[in-house]
Every structure is written in structure tokens, then in C-alpha cells.
Write a new protein. Structure first.
Length: 268
């Protein structure tokens, strides 16, 4: 059995600081020292890194300041996601001092795809299918907007752009009940690695507790096995983490998103 420490080491080496080789045309990637800076997405930008190359103190503050200036020049809000094992330990304090706002803490969980493929029995009216059309992407954006009570319509364009850029490495599934969309979830592969990442899975309130979330995990696990990904990884919310751990995922770290918004721009 693979230990949590071994899973975290594999995740750190294979997933962190690695971006897809094929990306939407609107997406741009720049580098500043250890940081990869992504701009041009449908929602907001983000930075990615494996580690901060030993930067501390003033040097780290200067990197943070340069990064904020960079995104301000693009007029973009951006996300800096930290991990609980990152160094230096005072990175979150430095981000807060620079004007970032912390989001909800998530748990990084990893599970073996081959052990997650069994689907539960669903209500007779529920059907799961893979989608790739703009009509369905629009429905997913509308569904997320309804569930979270905030504007997620941007997601339709984001999924469409990602599908066009790399159709083999994005698999999108929906759950329908009597032709009504009740949940949606997708898988993003990391080619050349053992990992695929799971996103989505939010379900309409009246359809929760019926096995739909678990079934969507299983369907994506089946796809991962088919295309040769060994592990599934999720940045799981407080609601999702216990469910995933019961299914066989292992918690390896926590992660916290920090958002920075240029002065005068509405928060994301």
C-alpha cells in the first residue's frame, strides 16, 4: 500500500509546477524565477510552482510585489495557492500583508484509479453521459450558477476552450434526471504523469445523497484507467473530503487559495 508520504512526494514531483503543453490560445504563461504566471483565462489568472527556490524575507516580498504588478498590468485578479508543507512557513502571512484574501482551506486527496471504478446503483431516472458540445457546456455553467448562487456562466467558455485545445486530456461528464441536469464533473489529465485531477461534482440539493457524486467519481476513474492514469487527485472542499476519503482517497496536505485583485477592480 502506498503511504501518504509517498503519494505526496509523487504529487509534488509530477503535478506541482507543471502546466499542460496544449492550452487554449487565449492563455499565456510567463515565468518569474520559480513562478509560472498564467493569464488570459475565462475567470482569473493564477500562479503555479513546485517550490519557491529557497526565497525568504525581502526577496520573497519582492517576488510577490512583482507578481501583483504583473497581474495589475493585465487587469486580472489572480490566485496564489499555497500548500501546508510549503516553505517558508510565513508565506501565507506575507501574502495577506500584500493584500491577498484567503479562501476556504481545501484538502489534497489522492486515490488509486483502479480501486475507484465501481459505480453505485443510481435512481432509475438518473443517467450519466460524457459530453463535448457547447449546448451542454452552457447547461453546466447554468447549473453551477444555480448551485452556488453566483455567476458561473464563464465556465461554459472555459470548458469549450479547454476541450478545443486538448480533447484527449479533458473528459466531462453530466448526470441527468428526466433530462434535467443535476450534476456535472470533469477530469483533467496530466500527460506523462501518473495523475489526473478531478473537478466539479456539485449536485443540486434535492439530488444529493443518492450516489450521484460517487458515480461521477467512478465514471472518471474508469476513464483514467482506460487512458493510463494511475492516480486521481482532488483539491477537496470540506464537504467533499470526507466522502472521498471513505471511497479510498488519502489526504496528503491542505491547500489554501489566496486571491489578489487589482485596485479598482471588482473582486472575483
Amino acid at each position: 500500500m502506498t503511504s501518504a508520504a509517498e503519494l505526496r512526494a509523487a504529487y509534488h514531483q509530477q503535478v506541482r509546477g507543471v502546466l499542460p503543453a496544449r492550452r487554449p490560445e487565449s492563455m499565456r504563461v510567463d515565468r518569474d524565477g520559480p513562478l509560472l504566471r498564467v493569464t488570459g483565462g475565462k475567470h482569473y489568472g493564477w500562479v503555479d510552482y513546485r517550490d519557491l527556490a529557497g526565497l525568504t524575507g525581502q526577496a520573497l516580498d519582492e517576488l510577490i510585489e512583482r507578481t501583483c504588478r504583473f497581474y495589475a498590468s493585465h487587469g486580472e485578479t489572480f490566485e496564489w495557492k499555497t500548500h501546508s508543507y510549503d516553505e517558508p512557513a510565513d508565506l501565507p502571512d506575507r501574502l495577506l500583508a500584500a493584500g491577498f484574501v484567503a479562501g476556504e482551506v481545501e484538502t489534497v486527496v489522492i486515490g488509486p484509479a483502479e480501486q475507484l471504478t465501481e459505480e453505485p446503483e443510481l435512481p432509475a431516472e438518473v443517467r450519466i453521459r460524457r459530453v463535448s458540445d457547447q449546448v451542454d457546456f452552457d447547461r453546466i455553467g447554468a447549473l453551477q450558477t444555480e448551485i452556488w448562487n453566483e455567476d458561473w456562466h464563464w465556465l461554459a467558455g472555459d470548458l469549450a476552450d479547454r476541450q478545443a485545445a486538448d480533447p484527449d486530456d479533458l473528459a466531462i461528464f453530466v448526470a441527468e434526471a428526466d433530462s434535467r441536469l443535476v450534476s456535472a464533473a470533469w477530469l483533467v489529465r496530466s500527460p506523462g504523469t501518473d495523475f489526473a485531477t478531478l473537478w466539479g461534482g456539485a449536485t443540486l440539493a434535492e439530488w444529493r445523497g443518492k450516489g450521484i457524486y460517487r458515480a461521477l467519481v467512478a465514471r472518471r476513474a474508469q476513464y483514467a484507467v482506460q487512458v493510463g492514469n494511475r492516480y486521481l487527485q482532488v483539491d477537496a472542499s470540506a464537504d467533499s473530503a470526507p466522502i472521498l476519503q471513505r471511497l479510498g482517497f488519502t489526504a496528503v496536505a491542505t491547500t489554501t487559495p489566496y486571491l489578489w485583485t487589482p485596485p479598482g477592480r471588482p473582486t472575483a
